[in-house]
Design a binder for this molecule. Structure first.
Ligand SMILES: [Zn+2]
Length: 284
């Protein structure tokens, strides 16, 4: 695509035109919402070269997704993370998003008219500081949340409460970013394990009030996308270009077992080392 970007084929596929069922909630994406989003997206990218467009990967870790998007031509794309390690695969801006100054800087980036897409994958590994490690709490860490109290259990010890408060700030901020992107024609995906308490947190849901008809859930098993683990992940997205990720494991192949492995004399969860989540799939 030379000299500019035209509206890609996917925003107005048949599925988008007629409305898409939102998993488990019975909410339909309306034709008007889809049309409005496509109009905003088109006005954002029309006539702008791909090389000038930004993709922003928030809580990017090693920024593997950013690296792939840059390879496709959006070379200004960047990761955002609290930690920048030597393992990063693309440029990552170091921002502490639990801090107001960090959030202000990220808003400045997201409000650049050349931002066309964003991805959010908040989890414990993105918290600044040492966080709450599996190691500190043994093989079966005490829960900090429950189905009834997704925002955090009552009467937690001060250290745990501080950790939950910080994590909640990040989830709330993630909801605010997804809401902003949805209202401004920026393609956005929010990722967490399918059974993460994050999905039920009022902190996350509050900023998304009134937008349910514009959001879709996409559930998939990683083993259907090349991984060896049967990890089930959920995306909450504002665009149907993610629909092809909907792949449930058919149990027609072998999986790597979950469990523990020795590392540096400590037992760490395989999940934790692989994806930055504790065994329960809860990002704490
Ligand atoms: Zn599988």
């Amino acid at each position: 695509m030379e000299g500019g970007i035209r509206q890609p084929d996917h925003p107005m596929t048949k599925e988008c035109r007629v409305g898409t069922q939102l998993h488990g909630q019975g909410v339909k994406r309306s034709f008007d919402d889809s049309k409005q989003f496509s109009r905003l997206f088109t006005s954002r990218v029309q006539g702008i070269s791909i090389a000038s467009l930004y993709f922003v990967e928030v809580f990017s870790g090693t920024a593997g997704l950013t690296a792939e998007v840059r390879r496709l031509g959006c070379q200004r794309s960047t990761g955002i993370g609290a930690h920048v390690t030597k393992q990063v695969k693309a440029p990552v801006k170091r921002l502490d998003l639990s801090d107001e100054a960090g959030q202000t800087l990220l808003w400045r980036i997201l409000k650049d008219p050349r931002v066309f897409a964003a991805h959010l994958g908040p989890h414990v590994g993105h918290l600044p500081g040492p966080g709450r490690s599996v190691k500190s709490f043994g093989l079966h860490p005490l829960p900090l949340r429950s189905d009834k109290f997704p925002d955090g259990l009552a009467n937690l010890p001060p250290r745990d409460q501080a950790h939950v408060d910080t994590a909640n700030k990040l989830y709330k901020f993630s909801g605010e970013i997804l809401a902003y992107c949805t209202k401004h024609g920026i393609i956005c995906s929010l990722e967490n394990p399918a059974r993460s308490h994050m999905w039920n947190m009022p902190f996350l849901k509050s900023p998304l009030q009134g937008l349910s008809s514009q959001l879709q859930e996409v559930l998939f098993h990683h083993c259907m996308l090349g991984s060896k683990r049967r990890k089930r992940t959920k995306l909450l997205v504002n665009h149907c270009c993610f629909s092809h990720f909907r792949r449930e494991c058919e149990n027609a192949h072998e999986h790597d077992a979950w469990g523990t492995l020795p590392q540096g004399g400590q037992l760490l969860m395989k999940w934790s080392t692989h994806m930055g989540y504790v065994e329960s799939g809860q990002p704490v």
